[in-house]
Design a binder for this molecule. Structure first.
Ligand code: MLT
Length: 407
């Protein structure tokens, strides 16, 4: 008899953003004239920077000539891109990351979902709550979740609530986790940790021999000086943390697909016989076996964002989205709503009025205002009573959505 991985059967319903897409499609089919404004999934809308387009065209032409053609690329990414990343994303901030600690991939979602594979199945997981659902679902698929409780928590996970009550700063865990997922600037709440707050986590991980899986996909949106752009800005973090970065939100690559993961040489976990085992070669082995690399043309496109004109164009798009975030924040604040985020991240985390349940508020927004957002409860139990709006739409749509709401 062929058996399925029964952990998959424990997963509830569908993936959060698939469920939202399903509900919106059903509403659209019934209301074909509705002018729906999408502020749900964090998908970019600005065209790719011109420097990226130029680099792709040039790389495509190279591929069309015998002397420029490239087949399989290096397993872990072309050195030209890894060196640019090491220089611009890290050395420029006083952080030393070697190019061979950087692994290029086709998305941070895949990397954060896959990284758990190199750890033992009985590791204990800590997650902030609310949380990007990929951390939860990928560990449930791997058998680390235990059972889903009536309160929406998985029995084996350690939940670290982040709500207005604790100013969205997770408390250190009561019992020791092996793996700690942190995402800052945070998806979904749009909040951040200061340098001192993040340093407490690095210290905790060092004292407790835990590994931090740090998702910094929204780093480019940081505007305040005391917010670290990389966990490696905290001394000693290279002994306890992996960092995930993405070109998706940074440079509009949600459709193009390129990201990277940093696995420092100093980072280790224990083998079954208690030996310190470096994680970099394990991740290298995993990537070589299961992945053939991000396309050359796409890696050339990613490299272009580090040119002076590429950087300028990227920052123009970032400013455009953060202006949308300000439009959302100002409009809702003036109308008396309680909200968070939207300063160092393109997400605004709104307290639902009159303590409405998040999915009820989602239905109200869709049915009455034809606006799609993301219900906070979809990100975990502590997201109940909140609602996420993204700033990734066009300015016209963002303004139109606010006008509809304020009317
Ligand atoms: C989100 O809306 O949370 C993100 O777009 C999801 C993702 O990056 O996969």
């Amino acid at each position: 008899m062929t058996l399925v991985n029964s952990n998959y059967l424990k997963l509830p319903g569908s993936y959060l953003f698939s469920e939202i897409a399903r509900r919106v499609a059903a509403f659209s089919a019934e209301n074909p004239d509705a002018q729906i404004i999408r502020m749900g999934i964090g998908d970019v809308t600005r065209p790719l920077p011109q420097a990226v387009i130029n680099a792709m065209c040039e790389a495509a032409r190279e591929q069309g000539a015998p002397e420029g053609f490239k087949g399989y690329g290096p397993d872990h990414g072309y050195m030209f891109l890894r060196e640019l990343i090491a220089e611009h994303d890290f050395a420029a901030r006083g952080v030393k990351v070697d190019p061979d600690e950087i692994f290029i991939s086709d998305g941070a979602k895949c990397d954060v979902g896959n990284f758990q594979e190199i750890f033992a199945q009985d590791n204990t997981i800590a997650i902030t709550d609310p949380v990007y659902p990929v951390y939860v679902d990928s560990n449930v698929m791997a058998g680390r979740g235990g059972e889903l409780q009536p309160n929406g928590e998985w029995s084996n996970f350690i939940y670290l609530p982040c709500t207005a009550e604790n100013n969205f700063e997770p408390a250190l865990p009561q019992r020791r986790p092996d793996l700690i997922y942190l995402c800052y600037p945070n998806n979904p709440t749009g909040t951040t940790l200061t340098r001192d707050q993040l340093a407490r986590w690095v210290e905790y991980a060092r004292e407790n021999k835990s590994v931090i899986l740090f998702d910094a996909a929204y780093e480019v949106f940081i505007s305040e000086p005391d917010v670290p752009h990389s966990i490696y800005e905290i001394p000693g973090a290279d002994e306890v943390a992996v960092e995930f970065r993405s070109f998706s939100k940074t440079a509009g690559f949600t459709g193009l697909r390129c990201a990277y993961t940093v696995v420092p040489h100093k980072l280790t976990a224990k083998s079954p016989n208690g030996e310190d085992t470096p994680l970099n070669p394990l991740w290298a082995r995993r990537m070589s076996t299961k992945y053939n690399g991000c396309p050359y043309v796409v890696q050339k496109a990613a490299a272009a964002i580090y040119s002076p004109e590429g950087r300028k164009q990227v920052l123009e798009n970032v400013a455009y989205y953060m202006n949308n975030a300000k439009i959302i924040r100002d409009a809702l604040k003036n109308a008396g709503h309680t909200l968070f985020g939207g300063v160092n991240a393109p997400y605004v985390w709104l307290k639902t009025p009159d303590n409405m349940l998040s999915w009820d508020f989602f239905d109200l927004m869709l049915n009455k205002y034809n606006i799609v957002g993301t219900p906070g409860a979809g990100f975990g139990p502590s997201g109940e009573g909140y609602f996420r709006l993204t700033a990734f739409g066009s300015m016209e749509n963002t303004k139109a959505a606010m006008q509809r709401l304020l009317k």
